[in-house]
Write a protein that binds this ligand. Structure first.
Ligand code: SF4
Length: 260
């Protein structure tokens, strides 16, 4: 058995689920892989079952298994997108997987909340083609995304380092932009936690040198979140959402996708 195969056989990862083909997770048809565990805790999370590091919902699988599932999706996909949870928590396991996937001629994307230790995951970034980068942390996001009480009786991820620096994900965004590794920057638009116009202004300023980067502005969706009634109160109207999108268009040349 080759050394590479040995690594694939002996490296295990917590898998939440796989969607063999998806066309909303980056360009082209992609195999979407959802891993278990997140280092933050967004109140509006639509996949709260992926937040705990350990869960009965997740399966421990080896990389050979994952690679075989990816091969099953060929030749219908252009690549894979690994999401979560927060996929960079699994940086060590993803490095050998991405190396093998690239040998198949497929691209490897990460769908990340941007809260990672850049130096720690550098080797993963090197083998990542593009990031779908969720911007949080500009303003009073602490209550929304970092309050570890934002959970419905799920186990506390005490073993995960809590991101300390609110602006860390913006700094990380700048670093991966400089490597031309960002395809899309996303913002979930919700009222009451941050100044949306100021946040959009900072995003536009940050990506303006990278015209290929898409900005996706998503109106928060109460349905499927953990606190439907509360999130409903914090949901902007379509008019408010469109006004924010218009503001972005007035100050930026980057393309925008508006999700109402
Ligand atoms: S970053 Fe937020 S929305 Fe995404 S999986 Fe983690 S808690 Fe959920």
């Amino acid at each position: 058995m080759s050394k590479d195969n040995e690594i694939l056989d002996n490296t295990y990862i917590s898998l939440h689920r796989i969607i063999p083909f998806a066309n909303v997770d980056g360009s082209g048809n992609r195999c979407s892989i959802f891993l278990q565990g997140c280092n933050i805790n967004c109140l509006y999370c639509h996949n709260p079952e992926t937040i705990p590091l350990n869960s009965n919902d997740a399966q421990r699988v080896n990389l050979t298994y994952l690679l075989n599932r990816i091969k099953d999706s060929m030749p219908f996909i252009r690549g894979i997108t690994v999401s979560g949870g927060e996929p960079t928590l699994h940086y060590q396991e993803l490095i050998p997987l991405f190396k093998e996937v690239k040998k198949l001629g497929l691209t490897c994307y990460l769908d990340s909340n941007g809260f990672f230790n850049y130096d720690k995951i550098k080797d993963l970034i090197e083998v990542t083609d593009k990031f779908l980068f969720d911007i949080k942390g500009l303003g009073n996001f602490e209550k929304l995304c970092f309050d570890y009480q934002n959970k419905d009786g799920k186990e506390d991820n005490k073993q995960i380092e809590k991101p300390q620096i609110m602006f860390r994900n913006l700094e990380n965004l700048k670093k991966v932009l400089a490597l031309s590794k960002v395809e899309e920057v996303r913002l979930v638009h919700i009222k009451g936690f941050y100044d949306p116009f100021e946040t959009v202004r900072i995003i536009s300023e940050t990506i303006k040198e990278y015209p290929e980067v898409l900005f996706k502005l998503i109106r928060v969706h109460p349905k499927g979140s953990r606190d439907n009634d509360y999130i409903a109160k914090m949901t902007p109207t379509i008019q408010e959402h469109n006004d924010l999108a218009e503001y972005f268009k007035s100050i930026s040349k980057n393309k925008i996708v508006i999700i109402n």
